[in-house]
Design a protein around this ligand. Structure first.
Ligand code: ATP
Ligand code: SF4
Ligand code: MG
Length: 325
């Protein structure tokens, strides 16, 4: 089976003068099928944004991509020139970041920013055609009064409207794959629900594939078909969203889900069980399981070597000695 996206053994570290390298992605392997939504779940600092930037060829100079391959429709993106990658960005894959304000130029009108993207990829379109396509895409992402929005500056829009504009910008050249990196984290709950509903609608209507990144399992459960859980730069669990989020196998996923508040009589109750401690510093590569210092199920061998990823149940991969490995 050929996947839309196939990432194999991706290893990225950050290098700063005088410091040992920070091993941020330590062998990420994942796939995304046509029309599928893959959720990427993990704590702050586990490497989610670094993974997104690596997929788009946008890693900063301080990052080194040591090993691995990223294939989109069978083409290895790491073998492409910067010009070829630039062309793919927007036409084949796009990204929406957490903060729509920083994704938009503060003193350029929304329409100009949208038509810039169209011009970069469709230089043959006339000004009128670019505006028509821009306004149609604003409408498609659920914005009414598109003429006013087209001529507005970003600060004249609400946070939810700005995020819709950013989504329109990402989708205007009809990419096959959208990477959404915490796209709702800066929004209030009502707007968050609207943006999630929009992404689900766009997936259906455009047969869009989606990588949806979040630290929040509840948000991931709204959109993802499949989930990978990342801990300290490694995938520790993978399976269908329903199975992973309802009956997690890895002790980290179990602890993460046990921290979720429950609804009692209309108010949120936070459980006593919390995920104590912090993830290891990426400059220190642990010998054994990176989660061992925080794991309630830790065994002697966990600190001596790393568990291999094993198939714990049909369609469920997990990296933990409790399941073999
Ligand atoms: N440009 C950089 N230079 C050096 N280290 C970096 C850089 N960007 C990120 N890091 C480090 O890499 C690790 C992973 O960061 P990353 O932003 O990928 O995590 P994340 O999972 O997206 O976190 P969050 O949920 O907070 O967005 C962190 O330890 C971070 O400090
Ligand atoms: S390998 Fe050991 S320390 Fe790591 S999660 Fe499994 S039981 Fe816990
Ligand atoms: Mg991030």
């Amino acid at each position: 089976m050929q996947f839309l996206l196939e990432v194999r053994d991706l290893r990225v570290d950050y290098v700063s003068d005088g410091l040992p390298p920070a091993w941020v992605l330590r062998g990420i392997t994942l796939t995304v099928a046509e029309g599928e939504c893959l959720g990427i779940l993990g704590e702050s600092g586990c490497g989610k944004t670094t993974l997104a930037l690596a997929l788009l060829g946008l890693l900063p100079d301080s990052a080194a991509l040591r090993e691995g391959s990223i294939c989109l429709r069978g083409r290895d993106l790491l073998q492409l020139t910067e010009r070829e990658i630039e062309k793919l960005r927007g036409e084949e894959l796009s990204i929406v970041f957490q903060d729509p304000s920083s994704a938009l130029h503060p003193v350029r009108r929304v329409g100009a920013q949208l038509t810039d993207v169209i011009y970069a990829h469709r230089p043959g379109l006339s000004g009128g055609q670019r505006r028509e396509l821009g306004e149609a895409t604003l409408k498609e992402v659920g914005l009414a009064d598109t003429e006013r929005i087209f001529f507005s500056y970003p600060h004249e829009l609400s946070g939810g409207q700005r995020q819709r504009v950013v989504i329109a910008q990402a989708l205007v050249c009809r990419p096959a794959l959208l990477i959404a990196d915490e796209p709702t984290s800066s929004l209030d709950t009502t707007v968050q629900a609207e943006i999630l509903a929009l992404l689900n609608r766009l997936r259906r209507e455009r047969r869009l594939s989606l990588i949806f990144i979040s630290h929040n399992p509840a948000v991931i459960s709204e959109v993802a078909d499949r989930v990978v859980v990342i801990y300290a730069g490694q995938i520790v669990e993978e399976g269908s969203a329903r199975e992973v989020l309802v009956s997690p196998l890895h002790p980290f996923t179990q602890a993460l889900l046990s921290c979720l508040p429950t609804d009692k009589g209309g108010s949120q109750v936070f459980p006593a069980a919390a995920l104590l401690g912090t993830a290891p510093d990426p400059v220190e590569t642990p010998l054994g399981c990176a989660f061992a210092p925080r794991c309630k199920d830790r065994m002697a061998e966990c600190e001596l070597r790393m568990a291999a990823e094993v198939c714990a149940q049909p369609g469920r991969q997990v990296r933990c000695f409790k399941y073999g490995g």
